[in-house]
Every structure is written in structure tokens, then in C-alpha cells.
Design a protein around this ligand. Structure first.
Ligand code: NAP
Length: 625
């Protein structure tokens, strides 16, 4: 490596200091230097300060230490760095985490660090030739592409069916202004494909689509993908799946992996008159290209994650904006939300060995279970608007952050404090642009109930008509209707949707009794509300599904599906745990609940529990032929 002292100095100014100090363990060969630095604080007080409160003089000392060690290494000709001892790695993990790493997390977090090099898309190697074994993957979004890479790496033939004209799933469908990810990008990316060039900490939809397209190209997935085609049905014929496509063609596959996502079918509100509006009216996920909002009277129904991103983007351009709020969302302060990644940080990610590993680790840990205990209910806790002492504390913090933004507008604040406990719905990542939009003179937050839609606008329950030229439905998705409208028939012609009866269930979110060799990614009960990233879940699931394919191919087996008792016991455990989480308690409605009120979407446990459960399938849990 060649770099000048000035380049390194400049890059170090943008360093994430905890990650930098951990990376230096590889240069120093020990973790002794960490004792001289205050560890970062990993609690709510550190929000807005990614250095975790490390004093400025210590940060300067860390940069000087890095400069010395790294230039010495460069001047010695960049010799291979020694692998630090397990104790030194543990000390570095503890330092970055800011607290002792629980024993149960050690293997999990060490695996996540990838100090021995980048992982594959799964840990599974398949020994035998796949023969006639082939897989149909439904969807070329984040999960479907991942499954494709894993099949490719394991030598399993596959075809991916994608309804849209390009890869990227949700990041191609959602093209509304302001659409961006709400999990930091250095974490919301495949572990085996780190991208050091993210322009933003939380990138926009087109940037994400570009990333997924690059991964698809790089791994040679494109020739395997049939674009502009839907899977209409999949039927098990006793040996294989007969997969019927929208053009009428039928593919035979020994396994099917559905990767259609949970939030792929726009939901219009059940209001009288929907469809009668005279002007342009559309759902947030079906944003028409070239729609002109300039100087128009625009109405937005809904204040969930989509509206929260749209409103600040369009508020300055429209003539007037009426936002119809039924339930206010909780907001999680994140001052960096729209920030670009500093050039020096990108340089370090690209050039400084192990810095990227430790930076991703720091992000991973900060999202691991940080808020999970604060959204779990405590028996006997009665205070309104919270479900436990920790939840009440979180509520207090969020209320304070909210109040600070509306000191000048108590009228608005009164409409914006949710009555439900934090965690009941997805918290929205907030850097103040929502408040700034709501305070604009051309913006009105309407909290009176909506009675219906009329050609001229939105009629309120109190009789007032709010006139509009353009109507935007930011009203969410049919999340609990998993896999609709695809028809899936398993053993004995059983229909999957009938089997579910409106409440999708699966073993570990992936497999269903009576539906052999049928797998789901981002399936029932694999969504998370406050911890982790969906990419983590998909990677864990893909690893497990590849393990199942190994049982089939290497084991010379025809079919496997989970045993009924294993599946039922798992779902009982999930249901009772979900019922004690903020999103499962009575009185909160959200896309996390099915029509019956059961939480069919969310994983109520820790990430380490999913990681442990998905390391490898256990043959004894399956009916195997
Ligand atoms: P959502 O969270 O389901 O929000 C829908 C909004 O529409 C809610 O405010 C809801 O009010 C309102 N609404 C629905 N029907 C209504 C009616 N009949 N009258 C009045 N209001 C009505 O949908 P979303 O905002 O599209 O977000 C869905 C999920 O997608 C998010 O939770 C998140 O997981 C994901 N998402 C992520 C991002 C990101 O990360 N960048 C961005 C967008 C979406 P109630 O709350 O009262 O039901």
C-alpha cells in the first residue's frame, strides 16, 4: 500500500474512534492500548455522537497512535498483520461495545466480525453433484438475490422469477421522493459484499438499487433471472414443484424459495369513495413517474415510515400540503440520518485493514438488542402509554426529544405524542426534517378523523372538506397476507392460504408442514422492530435453507418438511413471546398484526437466538423422504 502521511492524517480525522482503536489491535498485536482510552457509552445518551462520548483529547490521542502504528507498518512494506489472540479480540469487542459482551453472544459476534476474511453467502458446501436438483427462487430483491448467490456458490442450479423489470425489490418499487433505508448502510448490505463507497450513512433507494444490481452482475445472477414474469402458482406433485408462470409456462423444480417480501402489496385505506378522487391519486409505492406537485394542493393520508420520508421532500415544492394523521408515530432521534459519509471514513474503510470489520461490528452491536428489553412488557405494570419501567424510561426520553423540537409550537406537539407504548409500531428515524415540514405555513397536520374521499378532496368526520389537487395514499401494505396472490398447493393438494387461514405461520419463518421443499425468506415472524437488520435475518435464513438443500442433495433425499409438533411448539413459543412485546399487546393496531390480532410478522426474541437456530437444520425435526 502506498499512501502519504497527509492522506492518512486527513482520513483519521473522520475515523470512528472506537472502530479505529479496535483495528489497531491487529497492528499492535495486543489490546493493551485500549486500557488507556475511555470506552464509548452505548446508551441513549450517546445518540447523536458516534464516538460514544470519548473525550476529544482521547480521540486525538487515538488518531496519533493510529498514525504511528499504521505509518510504521507502511514503511516496513505492509507485512501481513498477525491475528490477535482470542483474548485481544474479546477485549476489542468489549471496548467497542462499551460493556462486557455476554457469553452467549461471543461466538455469534466473532462470526459477525469475519476476521478470517469475507464469508460466503452461506456456510454450506454441497458435496454431491446437484443432478436434476434445481430451485426456483421467487423474487430478485435483497433476499432472492442472496439466495441466488448462495445457490451459485454451492453449485445448485436455480432460476429466479421476478415480476418487475429489474433487481432490487422494494428499492425499485418505492420510488417516492425521499425514499431511503433506515438502517445504517454499512450494516444494511450483505456481509459478503461490503460496499465501502456508500455515499450516505443511510442511502437513497436508487443507490440501494444500484448496489443490488452490482451484486447481481458480479455474481453472475443476471442470466438466471426471468424478468417481467410472475409465479402464479406452485404445486407439489409428490416429487417436485410444478411452478406455473404468468405466461402459462410451467417449470419443474425440486425446491421453491419464496423471496417476495412482506411489504410488496400496497394497501388502500378502507374509506368510502376511494377511487372517486378527480385528480391524480396514487399509493406511495406506486409513485407515478413525472408527477408534478409544483404549487398543487396535495393531501397525504397516513403518517407511517413512507409519509415520514415523503412529506419533508415535497413540502417546499407544493402549494399546500394537508397531512392526515390517525395515529402519531414514535420518533427515534438520529441527527446523522441524511448525512453523507465523510471522505476520510470511506478511505479508512477501503484502505485500513480491519477497520471495516470493526466499524460494521460497532453498528451491529449498537442495533443488536439495545432497545429490545425496553419494548418488553412487565407483568403488573399499569402506567398508561408504557408497558414496563424500561419502556416508560424510553417513552420519557422520546417525549423529551419530541418536545424539544416543538417548544415554539405547543399546538403541534399536542397532536404528536403517541398514546401507545414505544415499540408498538415501527419507530421512525428522525433528524428534524419532519418537524421543520410540519411548521411550514403551507402545511397542515389534520388529526380529525377522515370520513371519506370525494372527487374534490378529503371529507372529515366533522363535515369539513379538505380540497386537494393530488392525493397520496401512504397507507401501508397488506403485510399479513403472506405470498398472496400466489397459489401454493402442497401434499394432498392442500392450499397454503387455506392452511394458514389468514394467519401465516412457519417453522423459523421458513418451512411449513405438508409443503415439502418449500422455503420462505423474510417469511412469517422474521421481521424485527427495534433490533438488527433484515439483511441479517435473510443471511441467517439462506444459510439454513442451504443446509436443508444439503440434507436433500448430499443425503440423497427427495423431500423434507418440518414435523407438525416441531412447527406447532415453535409457533406457540413465538406467539406467547410476541404477546408480551410492545407490538403484540392489546390496543395497538399496526401492520404487524393479522386480521385476528395475532402477530404474524415479528420475531420477538434476540438476534443471537435466530442465529443459533439457523446455523444448520436438524434432520430429526423434519419429515424426510
Ligand atoms: P404503515 O406504517 O402501515 O403506515 C400507514 C399509515 O397510514 C399509518 O399512519 C396509518 O395510520 C395510516 N392509515 C392507514 N389506513 C388509514 C385510514 N383508513 N385512514 C387514515 N389513516 C390511515 O405504512 P408505511 O408508512 O408504508 O410503512 C410500512 C413499513 O414499511 C414500515 O413500518 C417499515 O417497516 C417499511 N418502510 C421502511 C422505510 C425505510 O426504512 N426507509 C420507508 C418506508 C416504509 P394508523 O397508524 O392509525 O394505522
Amino acid at each position: 500500500m502506498t499512501f502519504t502521511d497527509a492522506e492518512l492524517r486527513a482520513a483519521l480525522r473522520d475515523a470512528h474512534v472506537p472502530a479505529l482503536l479496535a483495528a489497531l489491535v491487529h497492528f499492535a498485536g495486543s489490546a493493551e492500548h485500549l486500557a488507556g482510552f475511555q470506552p464509548p457509552v452505548a446508551d441513549m445518551t450517546s445518540i447523536g455522537d458516534e464516538q460514544g462520548g470519548i473525550p476529544l483529547d482521547q480521540q486525538a490521542r487515538a488518531r496519533d497512535l493510529a498514525f504511528g502504528l499504521v505509518t510504521r507498518w507502511r514503511d516496513a512494506g505492509c507485512p501481513p498483520l498477525l491475528r490477535p489472540s482470542p483474548e485481544a479480540v474479546r477485549a476489542a469487542m468489549t471496548y467497542v461495545a462499551g460493556s462486557e459482551i455476554p457469553a452467549a453472544y461471543e461466538a455469534f459476534l466473532t462470526d459477525e466480525l469475519h476476521l478470517d476474511g469475507l464469508p460466503g453467502a452461506s456456510r454450506v458446501t454441497i458435496e454431491r453433484a446437484a443432478g436434476d436438483f434445481s430451485v426456483v427462487i421467487v423474487g430478485a430483491g435483497m433476499s432472492g438475490l442472496l439466495m441466488g448467490v448462495a445457490c451459485k456458490q454451492a453449485g445448485v442450479p436455480f432460476t429466479t422469477i421476478e415480476a418487475r423489470g429489474e433487481v432490487g425489490g422494494t428499492w425499485t418499487a418505492n420510488r417516492y421522493p425521499g425514499c431511503r433505508v433506515d438502517t445504517p448502510n454499512h450494516l444494511y448490505s450483505y456481509s459478503f459484499e461490503p460496499a465501502h463507497e456508500w455515499p450516505y450513512r443511510f442511502s437513497t433507494a436508487p443507490v440501494l438499487q444500484g448496489y443490488f444490481a452490482r451484486v447481481a452482475e458480479k455474481h453472475g445472477l443476471m442470466p438466471h433471472i426471468r424478468f417481467g414474469t410472475r409465479v402464479e402458482s406452485a404445486a407439489w406433485d409428490g416429487e417436485a414443484w410444478q411452478v406455473t408462470l404468468s405466461g402459462g409456462e410451467t417449470l419443474r423444480a425440486r425446491a421453491v424459495v419464496s423471496a417476495v417480501g412482506q411489504l410488496n402489496r400496497p394497501k388502500m385505506p378502507d374509506l368510502p369513495g376511494v377511487g372517486s378522487f378527480a385528480g391524480p391519486a396514487f399509493h406511495s409505492a406506486e409513485w407515478p413517474e413525472g408527477v408534478d406537485l409544483k404549487a398543487k394542493r396535495v393531501a397525504v393520508i397516513g403518517t407511517g415510515a413512507s409519509a415520514f420520508q415523503i412529506v419533508p421532500e415535497i413540502a417546499g415544492e407544493v402549494g399546500s400540503l394537508s397531512i392526515f394523521q390517525r395515529t402519531p408515530p414514535w420518533l427515534l432521534p438520529q441527527p446523522f440520518y441524511h448525512d453523507a459519509v465523510a471522505a476520510g471514513k470511506n478511505w479508512l474503510l477501503e484502505h485500513l485493514p480491519f477497520y471495516a470489520n470493526w466499524y460494521r461490528f460497532a453498528l451491529f452491536w449498537s442495533l443488536t438488542e439495545f432497545l429490545l428489553p425496553a419494548v418488553a412488557a412487565e407483568d403488573g405494570w399499569e402506567a398508561p402509554g408504557s408497558i414496563s419501567p424500561a419502556n416508560a424510561e424510553l417513552r420519557g426520553f422520546l417525549e423529551m426529544a419530541l418536545a424539544a423540537q416543538y417548544e415554539d409550537r405547543p399546538d403541534l406537539l399536542a397532536k404528536l405524542v403517541p398514546a401507545y407504548a414505544p415499540g408498538g409500531k415501527r419507530m421512525l428515524v428522525d433528524n428534524g426534517v419532519w418537524a421543520a415540514a410540519l411548521k411550514r405555513p403551507n402545511v397542515e397536520l389534520v388529526t380529525e378523523g377522515v370520513a371519506g374521499i370525494e372527487p374534490a378532496g378529503v371529507r372529515l368526520a366533522n363535515g369539513r372538506l379538505v380540497e386537494a389537487d393530488v392525493l397520496i395514499y401512504a397507507t401501508g401494505f397488506h403485510a399479513s397476507e403472506f405470498l398472496m396472490p400466489m397459489r401454493v398447493t402442497g401434499e394432498g393438494g392442500a392450499d397454503l392460504h387455506d392452511a394458514w387461514g389468514g394467519d401465516a405461520r412457519a417453522y423459523l419463518g421458513m418451512t411449513v408442514p405438508g409443503f415439502p421443499n418449500f422455503f420462505m425468506l423474510y417469511g412469517p415472524n422474521t421481521n424485527i422492530v427495534v433490533n438488527g437488520s433484515i439483511v441479517f435475518f435473510s443471511e441467517a435464513s439462506v444459510n439454513y435453507i442451504m443446509g436443508c438443500l444439503k440434507l436433500l442433495i448430499d443425503g440423497g433425499r427427495t423431500a423434507l418438511s418440518p414435523k407438525r409438533d416441531v412447527h406447532d411448539a415453535f409457533n406457540l413459543k413465538v406467539d406467547s413471546a410476541n404477546a408480551t412485546m410492545a407490538w403484540g399487546v392489546d390496543g395497538v393496531s399496526s401492520w404487524y398484526k393479522s386480521a385476528s390480532g395475532r402477530v404474524a410478522q415479528n420475531w420477538p426474541f434476540s438476534l443471537v437466538e435466530y442465529w443459533n437456530a439457523t446455523r444448520a437444520p436438524r434432520a430429526e425435526e423434519f419429515e424426510v423422504r
